[in-house]
Design a protein around this ligand. Structure first.
Ligand code: GLY
Ligand code: MN
Ligand code: MN
Length: 425
């Protein structure tokens, strides 16, 4: 059964047809096909439909193509069931539509009109790249603001995530492994309706918290360490993305608490900045200012806050963007405003989104401070930031590892709404 009811799909398709009304090309949005596991014979990775196709059809069946022509609108071509599929997979859920095998004739009937492939094209880099880029930009702008049906699915994913993080908090204590925390966290999310995890759960204890995407392992949590947990439940493609950093024992030590307080203040400032019309880079800058001011107060950085942002010195400790769009997958549409160059950096970091915020955008806000040996021992960084960093003071802070706090913020007419505020921090 489609994840979305018919009226929701019709509304989305109408909005997209309006955005594409000046486009004479035929557009084919392809679900994608399973990817073989190397050396796995007939085994494939779990199939994930391309989000453009999924958003327009609510179907996770591979091989489907949603076709569009502006004269007649949308037409769905679906892969029919065969007996082998029934034998191995059971009765599948096939959306209404025409047999995918008829697509070629349908196209032939349309003569030599331009054809653009979106979704997961069967071949990439064809001659229509510029046309496809333009069509996708229009689709992205229709898809970015979340509609009510999406928020409802997200709230389900958030509920399961709340339960998972509560279980993780309960599990964390000295002597427990990162793996044990991961197992119980994920099991609890599944018990609360998750159909998967939104991404590989991150559990990093002690200095492993300084690895941005640390994979949980057999490492045992030691007394006095902190533990960073970044995990989100997924329900049929919709996912939350939440980070909390907890003490292994009753409370943080003085250094951990000082870093935690700065990150929390930066997070609250970032959330507060999530308002319609605000540039995403300015949200990043707002949090970076609080982080830089905090590190100056703690004697880690030296100089003016503006100078530390301008030179990129803050990125030695805050080396990633403030967040990204989230929802249908952990990296939802995002992107940049048409005409902006790719990869514009901000405060020394690569920031994934380069757009002004609009009502309905769901963004993660996830500042962090990390003491990463690979950055701090780098001779070039030592030279470039010789005066900006109190290098001799770092020894005291390195055992902290890292702190990140991440919430999922919906931009609304009334201001920022934190969907994940129930997870205590
Ligand atoms: N969970 C990965 C991230 O926060 O982007
Ligand atoms: Mn995360
Ligand atoms: Mn994130």
């Amino acid at each position: 059964m489609s994840l979305f009811d018919t009226n929701v799909l019709l509304r989305r398709r109408d909005a997209l047809a309006a955005a594409w009304r000046d486009e004479p090309a035929i557009v084919l949005v392809h679900a994608g096909e399973p990817i073989s596991i190397p050396g796995g014979q007939d085994q494939t990775y779990d199939f994930v439909p391309h989000p453009e196709y999924y958003w327009l059809t609510g179907s996770d069946r591979w091989g489907g193509v949603l076709a569009f022509e502006r004269e007649s609108g949308f037409l769905h071509f679906v892969r029919p069931v065969d007996s082998a599929e029934r034998l191995w997979e059971g009765e599948p859920d096939v959306p209404e539509g025409r047999d995918r095998g008829e697509l070629e004739n349908w196209l032939a009937e349309r003569g030599d009109r331009d054809v653009a492939w979106l979704g997961q094209p069967p071949t990439s880099g064809g001659p229509r790249r510029e046309l496809e880029r333009r069509l996708r930009n229009k689709l992205d702008s229709v898809r970015r603001p979340k509609d009510a049906a999406e928020i409802e699915h997200l709230c389900g994913a958030v509920r399961a995530t709340v339960a998972g993080h509560a279980k993780a908090r309960e599990m964390i204590r000295p002597g427990v492994t990162e793996r044990a925390v991961q197992i119980e966290l994920e099991a609890e999310m599944f018990r609360h309706g998750a159909t998967g995890t939104g991404y590989g759960s991150i559990v990093g204890a002690g200095t492993r918290a300084a690895v941005l995407h640390s994979t949980p392992g057999a490492r045992v949590i030691a007394p006095g360490e902190l533990v960073l947990v970044d995990a989100g439940a997924q329900i049929r493609g919709y996912t939350a993305d939440v980070t909390r950093t907890y003490p292994a024992g009753e409370r943080f030590d003085a250094e951990q608490q000082a870093i935690y307080d700065v990150v929390l203040a930066a997070e609250l400032a970032g959330i507060e900045a999530c308002r319609a019309g605000t540039e995403w880079h300015d949200v990043h800058r707002r949090s970076a200012e609080v982080l830089a001011a905090g590190l100056v107060d703690l004697g880690v950085l030296r100089g003016s806050v503006d100078g530390l942002l301008e030179s990129g010195a803050i990125a030695l400790f805050f080396p990633h963007g403030i967040g990204h769009m989230v929802g249908l997958g952990v990296r939802d549409v995002g992107g940049r405003l048409a005409g902006r160059p790719e990869g514009r950096r901000c405060c020394g970091a690569r920031v994934r989104v380069d757009l002004p915020l609009e009502e309905g955008f769901l963004m993660t806000i996830e500042p962090g401070l990390y003491f990463v040996p690979a950055l701090l021992d780098d001779p070039m960084n030592r030279r470039t930031y010789a005066d900006a960093v109190a290098w001799d003071a770092l020894e005291r802070w390195i055992p902290v590892g890292g702190v990140r706090i991440e919430d999922n913020i919906l931009v609304t007419a009334e201001g920022p709404r934190n969907l994940t505020s129930e997870i205590s921090k």
